[in-house]
Structure formats: C-alpha cells, structure tokens
Design a protein around this ligand. Sequence first.
Ligand code: PHE
Length: 513
Amino acid sequence: MTIKLEKQTIEVFKALKKETSDEVLATEFSEKLGLDYIVLMSAINELKKHDLADFEEQEIFQISLNEEGKSYLQKGLPERQLLEQLLKKEVKEISLQEFLEISDFDKKLFYIGISYMKKNRWIAQSKATGENKIFLIEEEFPETELEAFLKIFRDKTNLNYSNLSKNEKKYVDLLNKRQLIKKEKKTQRIIFLTEKGKNTKLSDIEELHRISKLTSDMITSGSWKDYELKPFDVTKQGPLLKGGKIHPVINMINEIREIFLSMGFTEIRGPIIESAFFNFDALFQPQDHPARELHDTFYLENPKEADLPEKERVQAVKATHENGGDSGSTGWGYEWDKDVAKQTLLRTHTTATTIRRLAKFHKDNDNMPVKVFSIDRVFRNEKVDKSHLAEFTQIEGIVIDENVNLCDLIGIISEFYKKMGFEKIITRPGFFPYTEPSMEIAVYYDKLGEWLEMGGSGIFRPEVTYPWGVKNPTRVLAWGLGLERLAMLKFERKDIRDLYINPIKWLREESYK
Ligand code: PHE
C-alpha cells in the first residue's frame, strides 16, 4: 500500500534513511538539513502518524560559553594574553606593579592571569630583591590542555554535558570554576525511524498535495480529486476583532435608563443653556447665593438673556424670595431682581430640568403620580483633576404625589442602586436650599470598604412648589446623583478623566466583558 506524505516530509524521511546512526538529535538534524526546527518536527509528527518515525525526549545539561568565556575563545585566556604581552616586549623579568601598569587588565583579572601563569609553570615569582618580581622560566609555551579543550567551542556553541568524556568533563568543571560557562537545563529530542520506517521503501511513498482552499476551477475541472484538504481546527479561537463598540459610559447610561423605565418612570430632557430663573430662582436659591458666583457657574454672553415664564408665575417666585408668598415662609427678605433671573448659563444641575417639569404640572393637568427622570450633562467651572470634571452627568428625578414621604424617597433610591449592583446605601442629613428635609446619599463600596458620596435628595420645600400651585398634601420627592462617580466604581477607574479621554486599551477590555 502506498503512503501519501507531503513533499517536505518525504525529504525528511529520505534524509533519515541516509543517516548512518540509528538516532539523531533533532537540533543537529535540523541544522544539518538547513530546515527550521518547527518544520522538521511537524514533518516528524506526520511520519509518526504513519508509524514511520518517532522521537524521544531527554532532559540534558547544555553547556555553552558565557560572554567572558567567548571573549577568551577569541583573544586567549588571561594568562595567555599576559604572556604574549611579555613576549612581545621581550621582557624576561618584570616587577608585578610595573606589569600591572603596562597590561591593560584590571587588577582582578591581572592577578587571575598571573596565578594561572604560575600554575602552568610559565613563570616564577620572587621577592628576593625586595621587589615583587616575576620571571619567565620557560623558552616555549605550548598550548595547555585547557586551551585545547576550549577550542571545541569554535565548532559547537553547545555541548551536552552527559555526552562528554570524563576528561572533557574535567575541563568543563574547570571552566565552570573560572565562571566562564553557562549551564542550562534543556529538553532535547532524539529522532529515529521505527521498524516500519526502516522497512518502508521510498517507492512505497507518494507525494500528497494538500491545499487549504478550493477554487471554482478545481471544482468544475474535477481536479479537486487530486488534492487533500488541510484539516481545520474549528475549536480554535479566531482573531480578536477590534471593531467600534458602544462606549462603556453610554452603556451604563442605557442601563440606568432601563432601570428607571422598569420602575415606572418616564424620561425627560431639558435645555443645557438655562436661565438663572430655572437653575436657581425657581429653586429658592437667593440671588446672592454663593453657588451662583462665577467660579462655579458658566454664565453666557450669547444668548445674553432668557425668556421668563408667564408673569403670574414669575410674580409668585419673586414673592417667595421676598416674603415667602403663600408658602407659609417669610422668604429671604430682599428685593428680587428680574434681570438677574434672566441671565443665561450652562445648567449647573439637572434639578433645573425637573423644576421645569414641576412648573408644567398644573398647566398640563397631570394625573398623579408624576414620576420622571433625566440622565444628562451639567457644567461647573471646576478645576479638572482625577476626581473632578467641569462637565459631568447627573441622574435626576422627581415624584409628584399626594402624601409621599422620606421613606418613599429612600425606597426609590435604594431600589435604583440595588438594581445597579450596590446593595448597601446610607442616607444622612444634608442641606440644599430647595429641599427640606434634605439627605445626602452614599453607597458602600465593598472593594474599598468605604462609603462613597453619590449625591443629594430631599422633599422640595413649599417655597419651591407653591409658586407652581403644587401644595400640601401633594409633595415632590427629588434627587440628583452623580453618574461618573458610579462609573468609576463600576469600571474600577481611579481617575475620573479616564471615562472621557478614551484610553483605548481599557475601552477594548471593557467592551469584551
Ligand atoms: N442638585 C443637587 C446637586 O447638584 C442634588 C439634589 C437634587 C439635591 C435634588 C436635592 C434634590 O448636587
């Protein structure tokens, strides 16, 4: 029966048959054939499949010269180099000190050389004259046995220690003591023909044409029958495709959106360019409130002024600031200025957006409860660093309903964080000019064992809701939470800026999770 083998494998098989010894070393054989080691071994594996050849593995100690050893192979051992310097100068005796100075060896190497010169009985040393001197005591200096052995490395870079003779081992040990060699544990492969391999004649073998692609020509002409298809490993992992992916922060926003929708909320959006009226005044923040100041708020030149809502409503807001209006409060007791309220700015919080929704409540004759949320950009004039951004995102929401209370608020917020994977939250008293009571919210982060501040919440004060006709027992629960803080925890980023400067490595990892 004929055996079909690839061309390369046939070549290797022929070469193996030609070998005089039964076994060959894979590394040497690949060198001899001028064949890449991997190519050789894959040919052997193919022969093995047909039971024509096989290989065995052996652990060996491989010996080679280290850098210093290699330099001596070229220039001679230090003792030989020193000797040659003397011979060149035709010096038969010299003081050690002088010799050290004229040799370009460092002190350590110099004394090593001298000691081997003595061991080789090339020189003698004497202090008879008071000076430490050396004398050449020979006329001829034939190659030492060690020097002769060293030359082996001219032909072979590596020696297998266990294959060396007793004598050779002695010299390797000597070189080892002089720290001129490297020893490495290696696995070596020994290749041999099997009985079947030895008995198989070359005429029993036919060349196999293997291909990895079929062309339409091969199919129409029928020539495909002459080829064998290369097998494919369908379990192998394909290359990683680095296509465009949705940014992790956008994914997270979508997840949050799904959570609020599933809790029966509706999404609202509001303008990024806001009036001071909705950003501050409608939220009962006095016109001299520090947060309004330039260091915190980006005011705009263009458009310079915003329109205010209907006169009646503006009037009601003005009244709450000046004297409390009908909210039962005494207000801030200052003269409210319409022009300050008309100033334009980049909204500093999305509470401006939820207050706009509240303002529509009566106008639209809404049914209760009104449950809305917004996930949107806000802007503050802050110095950007690893925990601050000048542009960030808030997760905001309100519930307008009769007789709702703080427990409902805590319930909604905990439910949201729970769905995001944060089981533990804590609320603590806080202050905002527009809520009473006010709560700060922190979530527990297991990995750090710390509580992390996430944002604020509370029940809108009557001063905020009354101007829009939303009155007791109808109340408004409100919250505004940071998104990027949460993203840092979720994505384990230590620098908040990473979320937006797009470190490509992280983005790739994140999108393949
Ligand atoms: N607007 C507040 C902030 O930006 C958060 C907040 C929203 C507080 C609603 C109370 C109620 O920090």
